[in-house]
Design a protein around this ligand. Structure first.
Ligand SMILES: C[S@@+](CC[C@H](N)C(=O)[O-])C[C@H]1O[C@@H](n2cnc3c(N)ncnc32)[C@H](O)[C@@H]1O
Length: 147
């Protein structure tokens, strides 16, 4: 497993009893990210995966913007997986699937994702703020898998 260097919930920000974490950056960046992503997703249908979903706040926000797309969150950090699941439950959106535990540095991540019930093909993979904090093998694995 590739080592990560950012873990939410350790900066003193409150953690909800159900495990929902809150990232300060989410509140600053989700609108500008969506302004770009929305354009790229225009005219697309089907399934979108988020790699390295962190707290889960982005995918909940974006899934509410595009309820016609099916959104698949993922991460590998245990407290982040718990937060993503809690945000998904809290949002109650029908178009977000169960969070997947995916290590992007694992060359077998696509096969594992599909074996766990992921779709045979994806319309898009969204990944923000991950490869600059992670080992290079994560960037290589992300692009190899996306290919
Ligand atoms: C800086 S956070 C960004 C989270 C979220 N995308 C955001 O913008 O708020 C980086 C995320 O990458 C995840 N990550 C680090 N290494 C990873 C790996 N090898 N495979 C999958 N996710 C990884 C971390 O657990 C963390 O959730």
């Amino acid at each position: 497993m590739a080592e990560y260097v950012v873990e939410f919930g350790r900066d003193g920000r409150p953690v909800e009893p159900d495990g929902r974490l809150d990232a300060a950056a989410f509140h600053r960046n989700h609108q500008p990210i969506w302004a770009v992503l929305a354009r790229l997703l225009t005219g697309r249908s089907g399934d979108v995966m988020e790699a390295g979903s962190g707290t889960g706040q982005h995918i909940v926000q974006f899934a509410s913007e595009r309820p016609d797309l099916v959104w698949w969150p993922s991460d590998l950090n245990e407290s982040h997986l718990k937060s993503i699941a809690a945000w998904r439950k809290h949002a109650g959106l029908a178009n977000i699937r169960d969070v997947q535990r995916i290590d992007l540095a694992d060359p077998g991540w696509v096969a594992a994702f599909q074996a766990a019930g992921g779709p045979a093909s994806l319309s898009a993979i969204f990944c923000a703020n991950v490869i600059h904090i992670a080992p290079w093998s994560v960037a290589e694995g992300l692009f190899a898998g996306a290919g």
